[in-house]
Design a protein around this ligand. Structure first.
Ligand code: PLP
Ligand code: COI
Length: 362
């Protein structure tokens, strides 16, 4: 793919950048550049360019604004102690975006083009990848957001004949405001996230739009995040609005829900490998909400955690629903913290990457 570059004539000053990187939060600040590629059935992917970051102009009839035909990805670039910059399993993000795009009737951007797009943007904006070697630097990274949307001006309901792929980047600290403390969960019995044949396994904006009202209920009930159950029977745990779930048993077993309607997290899949390497038996299966209640009550479940690119590995606190509550089992369990360290040590280059997950950009 040929990428044309127009450097930003007014990049953010070094002083302002240092301020931003000192406390980036999540999703607040954006780098100096953005990458765009266009697609039409006749020309395929074309007109790839890196330009100064800024607003884009869309016709009010642009299809994505009406029918939500779009997909996105979430990944991070990490700076290692020697200054080099790496991504974690970016091929898996590229492949998942291809699957999401197929589900949304969008064109597929081939894996090498996806990787090139992400890497060229990181290269030009490399000063935005936070340094994490200072003792109090914390776990910072440059969050990368590739996305693809129906950019045709047309109100008929059919797959868009003009599609735009973009990559933007945003320096990130902790996803949750309080840092690493357990997230409390609200079990929604009113809303589901995904049904059989739906788009639960795709990373597409509509899934997040549909989660918001349930998230509002969670917040109104004093909880941080919402847990969704399966749509058919309302019995099986699926995932949170933006994270997968894990349950750790006293006998060392680890269970993660698998239903066909969850987003198959790259963190989730990496934890399966890491936990097995650490000697845990990992079960991917349906996990009933009753198992949660009973397992905590009996002491069989000793730790619960959630995971995702943005949230990394985060201990789960209490689970509340209309009329009941399961208390927090462990604020920062040993297994949770060991898995978390094993993962972030690979991502930040502090542990050997025996799985070959890291890909160097700079
Ligand atoms: N589930 C949902 C709904 C998500 O949005 C995410 C975040 O990407 C995940 C799970 C975790 O996926 P990953 O580990 O690939 O970030
Ligand atoms: C991620 O972890 O990358 C996500 O996409 C979760 C959320 C920010 C949407």
């Amino acid at each position: 793919m040929q990428i044309r570059t127009t450097p930003n004539p007014n990049p953010v000053s070094d002083e302002r950048l240092a301020e931003v990187l000192a406390d980036p939060g999540f999703g607040n600040h954006f780098t100096d550049h953005m990458l765009t590629v266009e697609w039409t059935p006749e020309a395929g992917w074309h007109d790839a360019r890196i330009e100064p970051y800024g607003p884009i102009s869309l016709d009010p009839a642009t299809a994505v604004l009406h029918y939500a035909q779009e997909t996105f990805e979430g990944m991070k670039a990490y700076r290692h102690a020697d200054g080099s910059i790496w991504t974690f399993r970016p091929e898996a993000n590229a492949e998942r975006m291809a699957r999401s795009s197929e589900r949304l009737a969008l064109p597929v951007l081939e894996v090498p083009d996806f990787l090139q797009a992400v890497e060229e943007l990181v290269r030009i904006d490399q000063r935005w990848v936070p340094d994490t070697t200072a003792p109090d630097a914390g776990e910072k990274s440059l969050y990368l957001r590739p996305f693809m949307f129906a950019s045709e001006k047309f109100l008929g309901v059919r797959p868009s004949q003009h599609v735009t792929f973009m990559v933007i980047a945003s320096p990130a600290g902790s996803y949750f405001k309080g840092g690493l403390k357990p997230v409390s969960l609200w079990l929604t019995e009113d809303y589901t996230r995904a049904g059989r044949g739906g788009m639960g396994a795709a990373k597409t904006g509509g899934n997040y739009a549909s989660s918001l009202v349930a998230q509002q209920q969670a917040t109104a009930n004093g909880c941080d995040q919402v847990v969704f159950l399966d749509a058919q029977e309302g019995k099986y745990v699926e995932e949170l609005g933006g994270m997968n779930m894990y349950f750790v048993y006293a006998d060392g077993r680890i269970v993660t829900p698998a239903t066909g309607t969850i987003l198959e997290g790259i963190t989730r899949s990496s934890i399966i490998d890491l936990a097995q390497q650490m000697g845990h038996k990992v079960e991917e299966r349906r996990f009933g909400i009753e198992e949660w209640r009973e397992g905590v009550a009996s002491g069989e479940i000793v730790e619960i955690f959630a995971c995702g690119t943005a949230a990394v590995v985060t201990p789960v606190g209490s689970l509340k629903w209309d009329g009941g509550e399961v208390p927090c089992v462990h604020e920062s369990g040993e297994v949770t913290m060991a898995i978390r360290s094993a993962l972030v040590d690979i991502q930040y280059g502090r542990a050997e990457d025996t799985f070959g997950w890291m890909r160097r950009i700079v």
